[in-house]
Design a protein around this ligand. Structure first.
Ligand code: PMP
Length: 410
């Protein structure tokens, strides 16, 4: 029997947690051999409960954008914690954060705060319905918008009624979007689209201007609301919001993950057009007013707005991407690297069953690098050139290991 601390905790968890672990962080959904439990994280490194340190390319699956334990962010949050976090009402930090979101994000006239991405996307849907007095929502097939009945990727425990007013179109396909909107008839409340296509296990795709402009034009024509689900990519690609560079403005946008560098927070921002509807809905949560996360978000957004943190992260992403191409080419392998380099999807060509990808990522773990074989990864501003180069050297060793094991050519 293994005596690793991770194995011990996994065995204990199996008794008191259904199926041992739930959700996206259950390591069974990656591949057997990943550590489940961690004890600390600092900068761009995470340490598992057995004391193994990894250069991290998952960034807590999105929240860590500046580096774990960023001093400025954590000091602001901890100072706020020392005064009050959840009290009988919000603090000044809520207003300051809402002002900052409105002045930073494209087409934002107001903001409302929550805790998780699913809260934010669901608030967007409710606001769109309240603002339009209509029911239908068009989403892209396969897009992830959260783990609640109207959008969860699993249908277990979900009723057909939960999805009754959800219509689907295909990514970057204006004709299918037009067809879904036509099907909604005069009952279209909104169209929700992610920043780019970042579905599990497939090449990522940036949106075409034509696709986003079609969505914008259809919403204008139908008097419906265009919703950007920027939960995963927000505050990673562009501090103004991920569509700012495309010149397409959403009416509503949902943020979470990176917004407070790991402190729990989500936000919905909206245009003037959506303000009245937003004011009418009932939305709340016990912890949605917690001031420590608001303080953390204020610092995070200011750092992202005022420094070259994001540009630096792109440079590191580009360096990592080029390096991975180089070290895999030595073994005659071709990679499919897609999406923004700060949120890279790395798949091996001709590896549909992920035999190479899984073996490579497991071998990389042994050399101190935490990668993901089929989910988009994340880089942070704490990754330095030295970290990237160390990770690439580890990737070379991992490739040599799997070549020796006969998974790839030597
Ligand atoms: N939308 C998108 C695009 C996401 O990536 C996620 C989380 N992966 C969510 C919504 C839901 O966020 P949360 O898990 O915080 O509820």
């Amino acid at each position: 029997m293994s005596t690793s601390r991770d194995a011990q905790l996994t065995a204990r968890a199996a008794k008191v947690i259904p199926n041992g672990m739930w959700g996206h962080m259950a390591t069974r959904s990656i591949t057997a051999g990943y550590p489940q439990f961690f004890q600390s994280a600092q900068g761009c490194r995470v340490t598992d409960v057995d004391g193994r340190e990894f250069i991290d390319f998952m960034c807590a699956w999105g929240p860590n954008v500046l580096g774990y334990q960023n001093e400025r962010v954590d000091q602001a949050a901890l100072a706020q914690l020392a005064r009050v976090d959840s009290g009988n009402g919000p603090t000044e930090a809520l207003v300051e954060l809402a002002e900052l979101l409105v002045s930073t994000l494209d087409n934002a006239a107001w903001a409302m705060l929550q805790k998780n991405g699913s809260d934010a996307t669901t608030v967007c849907v409710t606001v769109a319905r309240a603002a339009t007095q209509r029911r239908k929502l068009v989403v892209v097939r396969g897009a992830y918008h959260g783990a609640v009945p109207w959008c969860s990727p699993s249908l277990v425990g979900v009723t057909a009624e939960d999805r009754a007013h959800i219509l689907y179109c295909e990514w970057n396909d204006p004709a299918s979007l037009e067809a879904a909107v036509a099907e909604a008839g005069d009952d279209l409340a909104g169209i929700m689209i992610t920043a780019f296509r970042h579905d599990l296990g497939r090449d990522q795709e940036m949106p075409t201007v034509e696709f986003l402009s079609t969505a914008r034009a259809l919403c204008d024509k139908k008097d419906a609301l265009l919703i950007l689900d920027d939960v995963r990519a927000g505050f990673r690609l562009d501090v103004r919001g991920s569509w700012a560079a495309y010149g397409v403005s959403p009416d509503l946008a949902a943020y979470s993950k990176a917004i407070a560098n790991g402190w729990p927070l989500a936000a919905v921002v909206g245009s003037e057009r959506a303000r009245e509807g937003a004011g009418k809905i009932f939305t709340t949560g016990s912890f949605w007013y917690g001031a420590a996360s608001h303080a953390a978000a204020i610092e995070t957004i200011k750092i992202l707005r005022d420094t070259d943190a994001l540009a630096h992260t792109f440079r590191m992403g580009d360096r990592f991407r080029a390096g991975l191409d180089r070290v895999t080419a030595v073994h005659g392998l071709k990679l499919r690297q897609t999406g923004p380099s700060v949120m890279p999807m790395v798949l091996f060509e001709g590896d549909a069953d992920l035999k190479i990808g899984n073996a490579f990522c497991l071998a990389a773990l042994n050399h101190g690098v935490y990668l993901h074989p089929k989910h988009n990864m994340f880089l942070s501003a704490a990754h330095t050139e030295a970290d990237i180069d160390q990770a690439l050297a580890a990737a070379e060793l991992a490739l040599q290991d799997i070549a020796r094991a006969g998974v790839i050519k030597g």
